[in-house]
Ligand binder design. Structure first.
Ligand code: NAP
Ligand code: G4F
Length: 330
């Protein structure tokens, strides 16, 4: 039986990855920070809360990393923990850097010193491409991050590669493009739209958003955690772009949701409304960012060839899954 530690176990990807590994008979150690709320709701939703051994952990505490790695000597370590909300990183750049950059260094150093056989997965991100230098983006595309979140993740990405090259560690990065699911946090645009529109059907309260023209390559989290697992099963450590290879605007995502909900709509420049003028979507300045990533589109040919990975969900199937779940919840 292999042991895997997952940081960020209470988040979207942590929950799906835990389920994936438990199905393969791994012992899963869930590294989570203290919290007073309903932190395990995703694990409960997937019915796996009682199959995980939890351990106290915080990315910002170096002893925390050392303790858990020394204690469990895991075969695999998936670092999915992060302050993952890009918009918040503009208001909390220090917290974001502590967790997303320094936190990764603590982990790499702890593995080097206490458990060098441990295979390490770092959750890198398409946000590092930022103001994109080429389209589509692949493993060789230069980074130009546009947020404190993206800058911190780029540091962690390079540090992971540096530990691999300096100390011969099995340390890998998955450069994952946006991935969503019914377990997505409600602050991210897809889930905000899904929840907001299902609520609109009952209340006619409009949903307030920011930039409707940003383009993202959206996949399904269930597909993407399988890619994480595959990355650590290879003969040699390497980095991989994981994406669908299709990009859509926020506007397209709204349209797909409205069609799924059978709502008739007309579009104005910054607004959606019913044909007789009831507002559905409006924009508000607080949801625009100081610097935006305008377009992301991933080229995952390397993952397709080496990992034999390809996504099962397209955007229509993702929208359907999110809407269906939201309707059944209320
Ligand atoms: P998420 O749902 O926001 O989950 C983030 C997790 O990190 C939560 O479990 C959270 O714990 C934990 N965390 C935050 N700060 C921490 C700290 N100081 N110490 C320990 N744990 C901490 O994010 P996700 O969508 O699952 O993403 C997983 C990872 O992939 C993240 O690193 C994210 O940056 C990266 N990523 C995500 C995407 C995407 O589209 N989803 C794309 C590329 C990369 P609490 O429950 O205590 O808050
Ligand atoms: O859903 P978002 O907040 O995701 P974003 O910023 O792309 O970040 C996500 O994907 C990254 C991978 O590329 C991850 F690394 C990161 O952890 C996170 O999971 O915003 C998507 C787009 C942005 O362009 C944003 O400006 O939607 C636009 N948007 C428009 N109105 C909005 C809103 N985003 C949010 N969250 N809320 C709005 O009201």
């Amino acid at each position: 039986m292999k042991t895997a530690i997952i940081t960020g176990i209470t988040g979207q990807d942590g929950a799906y990855l835990a389920k994936n590994l438990l199905m393969r008979r791994y012992k899963v150690i869930g590294a989570r920070r203290r919290n007073t709320g309903q932190q395990n709701w995703r694990l409960k939703y997937l019915g796996i809360e009682n199959e995980i051994e939890f351990v106290d952990f915080d990315l910002t505490e170096p002893y925390s990393a050392e303790n858990i790695i020394d204690r469990y000597q895991p075969e695999e370590f998936y670092n999915l923990g992060a302050q993952s909300f890009v918009a918040l990183s503009f208001n909390q750049p220090h917290v974001t850097t502590q967790a997303n950059a320094n936190g990764v260094l603590h982990l790499l150093e702890a593995i080097r010193q206490k458990s060098p056989h441990t295979k390490f997965y770092q959750a890198s991100t398409s946000e590092m491409f930022g103001r994109v230098r080429e389209t589509p983006q692949n493993e060789m595309t230069a980074f130009h991050p546009r947020s404190p979140y993206g800058v911190a993740k780029a540091y962690a990405h390079y540090m992971t590669i540096n530990y691999r090259e300096s100390y011969d560690m099995f340390a890998c990065c998955g450069i994952l493009f946006n991935h969503e699911s019914p377990l997505r946090g409600s602050e991210f645009v897809t889930q905000k739209i899904v929840k907001g529109l299902v609520n609109w059907v009952h209340t006619k309260q409009p949903v307030y958003l920011g930039n409707l023209d940003a383009k993202r390559d959206w996949g399904h989290a269930e597909d993407y955690v399988e890619a994480m697992r595959l990355i650590l099963q290879q003969d040699k450590p390497d980095d991989f772009v994981i994406s669908t290879g299709v990009t859509h605007t926020v506007r397209d995502f709204i349209e797909k949701c409205l069609k799924c909900l059978n709502v008739e709509y007309v579009q104005h420049k910054h607004e959606f409304s019913t044909p007789n003028g009831i507002p559905i979507i409006k924009t508000a300045p607080e949801f625009f960012r100081p610097a935006e990533v305008d377009v992301l589109l991933g080229d995952c040919s390397k993952a397709k060839e080496i990992l034999q990975w390809k996504p099962k969900y397209n955007l229509d199937a993702l929208v359907k899954d999110m809407i269906k779940t939201e309707i059944s919840e209320i």
